[in-house]
Design a protein around this ligand. Structure first.
Ligand code: HEM
Length: 424
C-alpha cells in the first residue's frame, strides 16, 4: 500500500514525527535486513518514511526504478547537504552521529553539476592509471603477511584480523604509504573522533598523514595516486588535493571490509558455494556479485536533498526533504528480482555502487582488492570453515554500512613460514 501524496502542512502520516517509524540502523543490524525492507515496502510502497535517528526523518527509496530516477536527476535531487531543511533549521542535533556522513565538506561527494564534474574527473583519471597486476601482487603480499600472523593457530577472526586491515593497507599503498603508514591511517580512523567527528583528533591525524604524504610527493614525485592528484590541472589548491585523497581512502575502507566479509561468509556458510573446490557451479566471482546483491556493503547511502517540491514513488516530497538511497531494499525490489530471489550468475545490474553522476568511481580497484583478499584466504587456510552458525554473526551498529562485528573461523593450522617478498 502506498501512502497518498499530500500537500505541505497536511497532517498525513508521512509527516508524523511521533510515529513508530522504522529506525534505519535497526534494519541494517537485523539478521535479515531484506525482510525488514520488504515489510517497509508492504506498508509504504517504494518510497518509505523512516527515522535516521530518533526525531530525524527521511525518505528511504526502496524501489529500483525510483532510486535510479532519483540519482540520475541532480537538478531535482541534490547531493549537497546545505539543501537539507532539517539541518538548516536546527532539526539535527549538533553532536548527531549522522553528521560525519551528512555534513557538507568541500569534496566531490557534496557537489552537483559542473563543480562535481571538475572534482570528479581527477578521480576517474587517477583510478584508470592504477596498474592492476602490480596492485594485485602487492595486495596478495599484504594478505599473506596478515595470514601468517594467525595461520599457526587454527582459528581467527577474519573481520578483526583480516578484512578490517586489508583495505586500508591496500588503499594506503596506492597512495604511496608503506604498511606502517597504512596501519597508522587505520588507527586514526578507529580512534575517538576519527570519522565520528570531523573536528576530532582521529580525523585530524588522518588528514595529517595524507598531508605529509602529499608534501613528500611535491619534492619527489612518484607514480602513485598522490602524485597523480598533484599533477591534475582541475585541482587548484592544497585543500582540494587533500580532500580528493581523503575521500578516496575513507570511502574505500569500510566498504571493502564489508565486501570481503560478506563474500567469505557466503562462501563458507552457503551450501551452493561449498562445492566450489570440487567443480561446483558457483565460484568466487559469483559470490562477489551475489554479496553485492544480497548484502550490499552500503545498505543505505546518504543522501539526496529535494531542490523543489516533487513526487517520487507516489509520495509527496517537499523541497529540502532528505532522501536516502535504499540500496539493499532496491536490489531486492520484486520489479527486477527473480521470484525465487536466487543468484543470477553474471548479473551485475545491482545498485551496490549506485548510478548516475556520483556512481562509485572505484569499482575496479574495489573488486581487485576484495577478490585478492578472498582468494588468498581460501588458498592459504586449509579446510577453512565458520566457527559459528551463519545466522549468529552480529553487525556493527550503523544506519548505513553492514559490516559483521566478527567472523570467527577455524582451519587446519599451518606452521608460519617466512614469506618471500613478491616482485613489484
Ligand atoms: C565494495 C566497495 C565499494 C562500494 C560498495 C562503494 C559504494 C559506493 C556508492 C554506493 C557510491 C555512490 C554514492 C552516491 O550515489 O551518492 C560511491 C561513491 C564513491 N566511492 Fe565507492 N564504494 C566502494 C569502494 C570504493 C573504493 C575502494 C573507493 C576508493 C578507492 C571508493 C571511492 C568512492 C568515491 C570517491 C565516491 C564518490 C563519487 C562521487 O561523489 O562522484 N569507493 N561508492
Amino acid at each position: 500500500m502506498s501512502h497518498d501524496a499530500s500537500p505541505p502542512g497536511c497532517p498525513a502520516r508521512v509527516h508524523d514525527s511521533a510515529s513508530g517509524l522504522l529506525l534505519l540502523s535497526s534494519a541494517v543490524g537485523a539478521a535479515e535486513p531484506r525482510e525488514v525492507y520488504r515489510a517497509l515496502r508492504e506498508e509504504w510502497g517504494n518510497v518509505a518514511r523512516v527515522e535516521l535517528e530518533p526525531g530525524v526523518h527521511a525518505w528511504l527509496v526502496l524501489g529500483y526504478h525510483e532510486l535510479l530516477a532519483m540519482v540520475r536527476q541532480e537538478q531535482v535531487f541534490s547531493r549537497d547537504p546545505r539543501n537539507w531543511r532539517d539541518l538548516n533549521e536546527g532539526g539535527v542535533p549538533p553532536r548527531s552521529g549522522l553528521l560525519p556522513m551528512m555534513s557538507w565538506r568541500p569534496n566531490v561527494l557534496a557537489t552537483d553539476g559542473l563543480e562535481h564534474r571538475r572534482l570528479r574527473q581527477p578521480l576517474d583519471e587517477v583510478v584508470a592509471k592504477i596498474d592492476q597486476r602490480r596492485t594485485r601482487r602487492q595486495v596478495e603480499a599484504m594478505c599473506r603477511d596478515l595470514i601468517a600472523a594467525f595461520s599457526g593457530r587454527g582459528s581467527a577472526d577474519l573481520v578483526g584480523e583480516y578484512a578490517t586491515i586489508v583495505p586500508m593497507l591496500a588503499l594506503g599503498r596506492l597512495f604511496g604509504l608503506d604498511t606502517a603508514g597504512g596501519r597508522e591511517l587505520l588507527r586514526a580512523l578507529a580512534s575517538p573522533g576519527g570519522s565520528a567527528d570531523s573536528s576530532g583528533e582521529g580525523d585530524r591525524r588522518f588528514e595529517e598523514i595524507l598531508h605529509d604524504t602529499m608534501r613528500g610527493r611535491r619534492t619527489v614525485p612518484t607514480g602513485d595516486l598522490t602524485s597523480a592528484f598533484l599533477d591534475h590541472p582541475n585541482l587548484a589548491t592544497e585543500a582540494e588535493h587533500l580532500q580528493s585523497m581523503a575521500v578516496m581512502v575513507s570511502a574505500g575502507n569500510e566498504t571493502v571490509t564489508a565486501w570481503i566479509s560478506h563474500t567469505l561468509r557466503l562462501l563458507l556458510a552457503d551450501p551452493r558455494f561449498a562445492a566450489r573446490l570440487h567443480g561446483g557451479r558457483l565460484g568466487v566471482d559469483d559470490a562477489l556479485d551475489e554479496a553485492l546483491w544480497r548484502d550490499p556493503p552500503v545498505n543505505n547511502m546518504p543522501a539526496r536533498y529535494a531542490l523543489r517540491d516533487t513526487e517520487l514513488g507516489g509520495q509527496y516530497i517537499r523541497r529540502g526533504d532528505c532522501l536516502i538511497l535504499g540500496i539493499a531494499g532496491a536490489n531486492d525490489d520484486p520489479a527486477i528480482r527473480p521470484e525465487d530471489g536466487g543468484a543470477e550468475p553474471g548479473n551485475r545490474a545491482h545498485l551496490a555502487f549506485s548510478s548516475g553522476p556520483h556512481v562509485c568511481p572505484a569499482q575496479v580497484p574495489a573488486r581487485l582488492i576484495t577478490r585478492t583478499a578472498v582468494t588468498t584466504a581460501l588458498r592459504l587456510l586449509p579446510d577453512l570453515r565458520l566457527a559459528v552458525a551463519g545466522e549468529e554473526v552480529t553487525w556493527r551498529p550503523s544506519p548505513w554500512t553492514r559490516v559483521p562485528t566478527a567472523l570467527p573461523v577455524r582451519f587446519t593450522p599451518v606452521p608460519a613460514a617466512p614469506v618471500p617478498a613478491p616482485p613489484v
